[in-house]
Design a binder for this molecule. Structure first.
Ligand code: C2E
Ligand code: CA
Ligand code: CA
Length: 765
């Protein structure tokens, strides 16, 4: 600060303060020097100078010193009001007055003295100038104000032309002093301005930190070089539930370890912290468990080492925060992400991880690990009839039983719906896997008692063994899935281990499905009609429409093969609709009392537009509804689907006849018969064959069905009668209608129509 401008900011003010502090510290030296100078003048020059002039000069000098003292005093008194640039200018005035006084002295002495006096005077003046330059070094205005009159005095002193070199030397000496003053003043101002800024910054930082600690959930901590807590903050102590004094000087790691400090069994996070502290490395977001009042809390710590200006290590300073809540919710989320919320069992992704690990660990070992897929049988019917609440409870109980069955090294989980799975990390052999699977099936098939209901479900299991059935998890799951498919296909309740043929079968099925999608469009399908005759008279009373598919390359494909594929691929509805429309139209060519029977899959029946489709087929063909018979199997009741029963009632309402197909092959519950008004019960060919071979069971079943059907006013049709003997037997057992190769194979529409032209009353036999 020169004092010529105004003070712009706080930093400049701090520089100004420093300038005056520096000036004041050497003011006494200046005053003493001046007084000594005064004495020197009297002692050395009194003999040659006028005493009056000297006395006048002395009064002026003393006055000037007094003025300087007075100005300084005034400034100090008003310091609490604040320093301004004017103070600097006043200080400069003091310098000017002093400079003028000494210039006056030079003039007086130079005028009166000889060379000898001049040398003495120069010595004195140079001393005074150096001393004043030093004392005014921090205030360049005062230094200039002092030195300029002095330079003027030098003119008077060396005014004589002969002394020009001396004059030049003295003037450059004074100017160098002045320049030195300026250089020093600049360095001084710069240094003080950065110190001021630094002080300001650290003040702001500490203010912010204080606010941070008071307001936030975080707190600060600091250690010394020995990693001991140093200057423990209030919040830090509060969080630990201890007084700050108790923390002081205790190693940070010891505080955080709590009771584990004695045992030495530290959490991994604490080890990591200790490592960082030892290596003097910064760290951030280090989460570790901390014992606070006997409970485990989770803290997150970040810190960096501190060094002094010389680079010496001072310790660590950092922040900490309690992240227990976040950590707990993160744990909960992780738990949710890995476990099935209903059963508490590991979920699909968790199971997959375990399988991945097991496969990797097993490597090429034979046998490696095993994967079992468990699917519940008839679960859907419980869920549909008794509701999801009971369904959920049943699943929980299944999970409990499964966990019990997997007590060894087996790891079980739920992969969705009614599917569960088991990972056996190191399987013994196929036999052991089969044993485990059988025990699971047995335990899951035992009766369940839930909310007053006694429930029976079963389980099917498909298993695969690494590395033979799959080298990675993906392949192993696929193999187990195929084996499960096979078990399900077999009616459920069994375990199948994967075998390579299953894969080929699955592939064949996939290709079949692909071809079937295009079959209708490509006109590869047609319908054949098999006559149904009155048992006693042999009169044709109807035909069963049977779908046929002829693939251009694969040739004719049996419906026994493609219908299940169509059912699974949801292709049975369009195929069934096409058969229905075709058959209805064809039936119009036959006598009015001849019925047409069309097979309907359970899948078709559950289709919401099924009744509308039937109505449309009848309307479009103009066929009387009473001539249409729909054949359903017991499987429509399996899903315990109230919707299916309603649809059957709607169909009956339209005047359509219903028959129960393949009776005896499925679940064979006579209860179904009382639920719906079937016109006919069709007895499966297997019973006809059995009965003809005198198998007691077959005979008993046919007898029972015929008796029951008679009592309920239903007819019975014996299916698959091939021989006369079989015909005689079913006739004797009381079957009303017969269908089979004996009377006619499935035939084309033309052949079917021709039957009536050739022999309208009787057929073949
Ligand atoms: P299904 O309803 O039990 O049909 C009777 C099956 O027995 C037919 O086999 C028929 O050709 C065969 N059959 C008839 N008489 C004899 C006999 O004396 N001896 C022997 N060994 N077999 C005889 P097909 O045509 O192969 O049909 C198999 C199954 O495919 C049918 O069994 C039926 O469930 C299903 N199906 C056929 N067409 C359709 C259809 O249009 N829709 C639906 N949903 N299923 C159909
Ligand atoms: Ca049938
Ligand atoms: Ca049948």
């Amino acid at each position: 600060m020169t004092g010529l401008g105004t003070i712009a900011d706080d930093a400049q003010y701090r520089v100004l303060e420093a300038q005056f502090r520096a000036a004041d510290s050497v003011a006494l030296l200046r005053h003493v020097m001046n007084l000594l100078g005064l004495i020197f003048v009297w002692a050395v020059f009194a003999h040659c100078c006028s005493p009056i002039l000297l006395a006048g000069w002395s009064v002026a000098l003393i006055g000037t010193i007094m003025l300087g003292l007075w100005l300084d005093r005034n400034r100090r008194l008003s310091a609490n009001v604040g320093l301004t640039a004017r103070d600097l200018r006043r200080h400069g005035m003091g310098g000017l007055a002093l400079g003028l006084s000494w210039a006056g002295c030079m003039m007086i002495v130079a005028h009166a003295g000889e060379t000898e006096e001049l040398v003495a005077l120069w010595t004195l003046v140079s001393c005074i100038m150096v001393c004043s330059a030093i004392s005014y070094a921090a205030t360049p205005l005062a230094a200039t104000a002092f030195l300029l009159p002095c330079i003027g005095g030098l003119f008077a002193m060396f005014g004589d032309g002969l002394q020009l070199p001396l004059h030049a030397l003295a003037t450059s000496y004074a100017l160098s002093l002045l320049a030195g003053c300026f250089i020093y003043a600049r360095t001084f101002a710069h240094q003080h301005s950065s110190t001021a800024q630094l002080a300001e910054k650290s003040e702001v930082v500490s203010l912010l930190l204080r606010e941070y600690e008071e307001g936030g959930s975080d707190w600060l901590w600091q250690t010394d070089t020995m990693r001991r807590i140093n200057g423990a903050s209030k919040r830090f102590a509060e969080t630990l539930g201890l007084p700050p004094e108790q923390l002081e000087g205790v190693p940070l790691v010891q505080i955080l370890a709590g009771s584990a400090w004695g045992s030495g069994r530290f959490a991994a996070g604490l080890h990591s912290l200790a490592d960082h502290l030892k290596r003097r490395e910064s760290f951030s977001n280090l989460v570790l468990p901390v014992e606070v009042a006997g409970k485990t809390r989770w803290w997150e710590l970040s810190a960096s080492p501190r060094y002094d200006d010389n680079g010496a290590f001072l310790g660590f300073r950092g922040v900490a925060s309690d992240v227990t809540v976040q950590r707990e919710s993160a744990d909960k989320i992780a738990q949710l992400a890995r476990f099935d919320p209903l059963t508490g069992l590991p979920n699909r992704s968790h199971l997959r991880e375990v399988l991945d690990q097991a496969v990797t660990a097993a490597g090429a070992r034979r046998p490696g690990c095993a994967f079992l897929m468990v699917d519940l049988d008839r679960f859907k019917s419980v869920n549909d009839t008794l509701g999801h609440q009971i369904g959920d409870k049943l699943l929980s109980e299944v999970a409990r039983r499964l966990s019990k069955a997997c007590r060894g090294q087996e790891f079980c989980g739920r992969i969705g719906g009614d599917e569960f799975a088991v990972v056996v990390p190191s399987a013994l052999d196929n036999h052991a896997i089969a044993q485990l699977a059988d025990s699971i099936i047995a335990i899951l098939s035992a009766s369940y008692q839930i909310d007053g209901h006694i429930l029976y479900i079963g389980a099917s299991i498909g298993s695969a063994l690494s590395p033979v059935d799959g080298r990675d998890s993906e392949a192993l799951i696929r193999s187990a899935d195929l084996a499960l498919y096979r078990a399900k296909d077999d009616g459920g309740g069994v375990h199948y281990a994967y075998e390579p043929q299953l894969h080929a079968k699955a592939e064949e099925r996939r290709l079949l499905e692909l071809a079937l999608r295009a079959a209708l469009e490509k006109d590869q399908m047609h319908v054949l009609y098999q006559p149904v005759v009155q048992a006693d008279s042999g009169r044709v009373v109807g035909f069963e429409a049977l779908a046929r598919w002829t693939h251009p390359e694969l040739g004719p494909i049996s419906p026994a093969k493609f219908v299940p594929v169509a059912e699974e691929a949801r292709l049975i509805a369009p195929i069934g609709e096409w058969v229905l429309r075709t058959a209805c139209t064809e039936a119009l060519n036959w006598p009015d009392d001849v019925r047409i029977a069309v097979n309907v899959s359970a899948e078709q029946l559950s289709h919401p537009s099924f009744v509308a489709t039937v109505v449309s087929a009848l309307a479009q063909s103009g066929l009387d509804a009473r001539r249409l018979e729909l054949e359903v199997t017991e499987s429509v009741f399996m899903n315990e689907d109230a919707g299916a029963l309603r649809v059957l009632d709607q169909l009956l309402g339209l005047g359509i006849q219903l028959s129960l197909d393949d009776f005896g092959t499925g679940y064979s519950s006579l209860g179904y018969l009382s639920r719906t008004r079937f016109t006919t019960i069709k007895i499966d060919r297997s019973f006809v064959v059995g009965a003809s071979k005198d198998v007691a069971e077959s005979l008993a079943i046919i007898r029972a069905v015929v008796t029951l059907a008679d009592s309920l006013g239903m007819a019975t049709t014996a299916e698959g009668v091939e021989t006369e003997a079989e015909l005689a037997m079913v006739l004797a057992l009381g079957c009303k209608k017969v269908q089979g190769f004996y009377f006619g194979r499935p035939m084309s529409a033309d052949d079917a129509g021709a039957l009536f032209l050739a022999a309208p009353e009787r057929l073949i036999a």
